[in-house]
Design a protein around this ligand. Structure first.
Ligand SMILES: Nc1ncnc2c1ncn2[C@@H]1O[C@H](COP(=O)(O)OP(=O)(O)OP(=O)(O)O)[C@@H](O)[C@H]1O
Length: 297
């Protein structure tokens, strides 16, 4: 399985006087989970809807292996989507939802049971979707997305509102889909929600790209907590190496040097380390600095 490359190129969408998406360009590769991040109102949903042919861009393009959604001969086999968890008819069973969608797409009805089992809803297929918990509705949305066994998945906030068990399940599920070679694009307004799931991130604010790259690359902008029995010696060595070093009760908080560089400078200075840990909350701060307070509208 090789998923399509998703490419957004110079995409702009204006609604009247509001520019929701502004000359946005990024690529999403198969084989990894990519997080599409930005605060509420940043333009994520508009971008995803443009990609799926639900919104007509003012200018620019959003494509799968170079083809717009409307140009895909068999779209459900190219891309599966889950844009809203609650858009199911409450009186219809989970299985019937999937059967109706399968029939409309020329997919065998037996596929409904396969995808129900795939997302762990095989015991609930006969129940009305209106009685499903939010976690079950998210799973039904995923089952729907997987009907055509697509190479790419585009999911809007699939983790939002899930309980810890549901979050752990969906993390493993998305990683497994990417490991099969699929392209997986997952939007979220919280980095902390997806940072254990994604390999790459595309971050937007006010409709514009502010960062695209691996999570590791983003992490180099975060602080590292480090300590040594010779804390003063370590602080001198790291400051001399260009680090921004702040001493606190729990150790030295260092910006401007990643963990690898800190280890190398400590070794070169002959200072033993007793602690070396990237600051997880630091990553969230990097994200908030990138999108800025003004990014929320
Ligand atoms: N159909 C529409 N008509 C007018 N304005 C719109 C429309 N859809 C989106 N917008 C505006 O475009 C901007 C981007 O909205 P969008 O929903 O794409 O952001 P988002 O990042 O998905 O945020 P959220 O997570 O809150 O949905 C917002 O200012 C929004 O009010």
């Amino acid at each position: 399985m090789t998923g399509a490359v998703i490419e957004v190129a110079n995409l702009t969408k204006r609604f009247g006087g509001t520019t929701a998406v502004d000359e946005l360009s990024f690529r999403v590769e198969p084989g990894v989970v990519t997080g599409f991040l930005g605060p509420n109102g940043a333009g994520k949903t508009t971008t995803l809807r443009s990609l799926l042919g639900l919104v007509r861009p003012t200018s620019g393009r959003a494509t799968f292996d170079g083809r717009a959604y409307a140009e895909l001969g068999d779209p459900l086999r190219v891309v599966g989507t889950a844009l809203e968890a609650s858009s199911f008819h409450p009186g219809r069973t989970g299985r019937d939802h999937l059967r109706v969608a399968a029939a409309a797409a020329g997919i065998a009805a037996s596929r409904a049971d396969e995808v129900l089992a795939w997302v762990g809803l095989d015991g609930a297929g006969d129940r009305r979707a209106g009685g499903y918990s939010l976690g079950m509705r998210q799973r039904l949305g995923l089952a729907f997305a997987l009907l055509g066994d697509p190479g790419a998945l585009v999911l809007d906030e699939p983790i939002n509102g899930l309980d810890p068990e549901g979050i752990r399940w969906i993390r493993g599920f998305l990683k497994a889909l990417a490991a099969e070679g699929r392209t997986v694009l997952v939007s979220s307004h919280l980095l902390s929600e997806v940072q254990q799931t994604v390999d790459r991130v595309v971050i937007i604010s006010r409709g514009r790209l502010v960062h695209e790259g691996t999570l590791d690359a983003l992490e180099t902008g975060a602080r590292v907590l480090v300590d040594s029995p010779d804390r003063a010696g370590l602080a001198r060595a790291l400051a001399a190496a260009g680090g921004d070093v702040q001493s606190a009760d729990d150790g030295l908080h260092v910006a401007g040097l990643d963990a690898t560089a800190i280890g190398a400078h400590a070794l070169a200075a002959g200072v033993a380390l007793s602690l070396l840990a990237p600051e997880r909350e630091g990553l969230e701060n990097v994200f908030l600095e990138l999108v800025g307070e003004g990014g929320i509208r």
